[in-house]
Design a protein around this ligand. Sequence first.
Ligand SMILES: C[S@@+](CC[C@H](N)C(=O)[O-])C[C@H]1O[C@@H](n2cnc3c(N)ncnc32)[C@H](O)[C@@H]1O
Length: 429
Amino acid sequence: MPSARNVSAPGLLLTLPQLSEAWLTRVDAVSRALLGVSDLRGPKLAAALARVSHAYTEERAGLGELRGDDDALCARLKFFSQRDLLKVHGPLAELHALRALPPTAAWRVLDLGAGLGATSLGVARFAALTGTAERLQVTAVDVDPEALAIYRELARDVSTLPGVPIELREVTADLRQPLASLTTKLSAPYDMIVLGLALNELRTHELSEDATADTAAEYLRSLAELLAPGGVLLVLEPALRETSRFLHAVRDRLAARAAAPYVFAPCTRSASCPMLARERDYCHERVPHPLPPRLAELAQQAGLRESDLTYSYLTLHASPRSLRELQAGQTGALYRAVSAPLPSKGKLELWLCGETGAPRAMRLDRHESAANAALAEAGRGAVVNIPAVQPTALGGNNIPAVQPQLPAERLRIGAGTRIELPLRWKREG
Ligand SMILES: C[S@@+](CC[C@H](N)C(=O)[O-])C[C@H]1O[C@@H](n2cnc3c(N)ncnc32)[C@H](O)[C@@H]1O
């Protein structure tokens, strides 16, 4: 039986660190040493940032063209990689809260589409912050040797991040090749496999969407065979509608199999994803987190508006573990917030997703109380527990039905309805 932690107020705290100024200084030094004339600053750096941002968000089909472009590499090193480094903290913190992280002191990590190493550097940062691992042995795979050379230099000394030491092995390879041709270059088993903002870049756009999702799900399933017992596979994707919905479709295919790898998060729901029913819907995370002043200034110069940490993710586990364990032994329903709180005249609404469907929680302002105050604090992606929702019977598709007075489409939050946020972010320091 997994070592579940029950939901209880005020909830488990997930710590979100800041990037240290010393680390950003080191990043600048690496840029100077490795990029020569393309070590950009000032308006040239801002222009490169704007160009890369446009490629990431508007012209994703042309992302391959950034390869071999040293100005773009500098923008990735000095801004995007540093901004993205903290994104892996959310998925890792959830695993940590449920004691579902790999049990070894040295994590063997396979970082696919590693680029400049943002995701596994983030793992090193997390391990140092939480004491969950003493060091990492990272195999970093990317098609771009220039990016891997920068990662090598960064990984040489991560003490200022501060992160646990990284022993790095780079593998330059095209991940579109059959996995079997890559496995000979790897050293499985791995405790952790990460795909940071890379799965969507491996998609072929010649196939139908269904076929592409089938292929990606099969790819993740085969990758999970490289996991050690208790290992985890983390997929982070950009918080864009297209890439997020693609991840939901992949998740549905894996969730439908009662076999490893098991969907651990973000879903508190075991049945198919309700976001896929309507073209416009998608589920993603938004963790409010101000950029360090140096990166905020760069973002402003480049005209980038986004400063929160935004991403979509899928956490798969080698063992049958799930975020639903947060609720072990408790009654009620556990949801993921799939919108921000939406205030309007006389009421506050929040779209949720859980075993009972994708209801819209609605609280009239006159029913605001200490018991339900947390509704206003549940940002997009928050895990929300509502003890008053009593699953009474298993409906079709294993979806528990809810009490008739709380219809699945709309959850009326009364003055006495308790709202709990079992996982909360806390700033470091
Ligand atoms: C958006 S970057 C993400 C880098 C890093 N994982 C992160 O979290 O910031 C995507 C990476 O995937 C790599 N990539 C794209 N297509 C690839 C392929 N077919 N084989 C191997 N790597 C690939 C790119 O070179 C790039 O470094």
